[in-house]
Ligand binder design. Sequence first.
Ligand SMILES: Nc1ncnc2c1ncn2[C@@H]1O[C@H](COP(=O)(O)OP(=O)(O)OP(=O)(O)O)[C@@H](O)[C@H]1O
Ligand SMILES: [Mg+2]
Length: 224
Amino acid sequence: MLSVKNLCRSFREGAREHRVLEHAEAEFAAGEVVAVIGRSGSGKSTLLNLISGIDRPDSGTVSVDGLDVTALTEPHLTLFRRRHIGFVYQFFNLVPTLDVEENVRLVLELNGVRGAEARERSSAMLQEVGLGDRLHSLVDTLSGGEQQRVAIARALVHRPPLLLADEPTGNLDEETARQVLPVLLSLTRQRGATLIIVTHDTALARTADRTLELRDGRLQEALP
Ligand SMILES: Nc1ncnc2c1ncn2[C@@H]1O[C@H](COP(=O)(O)OP(=O)(O)OP(=O)(O)O)[C@@H](O)[C@H]1O
Ligand SMILES: [Mg+2]
């Protein structure tokens, strides 16, 4: 479903070249849940940014269902990202001036779904994450765990085949993380989407189908 080949990315630091990814390679099957671990600064977020086309590699390719993402021009990339990818971030990244339902509906509207259908689909998605009674609350009046469930609903509502989660529980306390994570995993599995989840949480990594470790710029299978 997703194939990462020979991916290289470095950043310039003054006169020095900081090589973050060096020939990183991995294959992800449809419906697979893969945890990505690695120490801080090892390039985990960089990898997700390259997969979603937010960042461009120095060399190498990312292909999603046979489409070479690295070859797309900016407008095509934007469309590809909107339709094919759902994101969950550590700091939720919700729109504070919109209510819960509007935050989720926005993604549908960007994908051309409008009116009653958009409202019904976003409300139904919010029911599934247990927020059916908070549809018209402003997002900053919600707890961290609730905000992350809004973010999960937003990531899934347009049924993307690929979900990217960058430390989705990194900003939640342990107990809240234990409540939110199964929501993300079970909804992803129900829909048969592929999930790549960056985490420092070893318990979380164990619930994935596979764990990859980023080390010295390369991806390697980590032992469970
Ligand atoms: N836009 C950028 N410009 C310069 N350096 C960058 C840029 N983005 C990332 N880096 C560098 O690349 C390295 C990897 O960063 P990245 O954010 O991918 O790490 P990470 O594994 O996600 O770390 P963390 O676990 O702390 O989130 C870091 O040393 C970082 O400083
Ligand atoms: Mg990171």
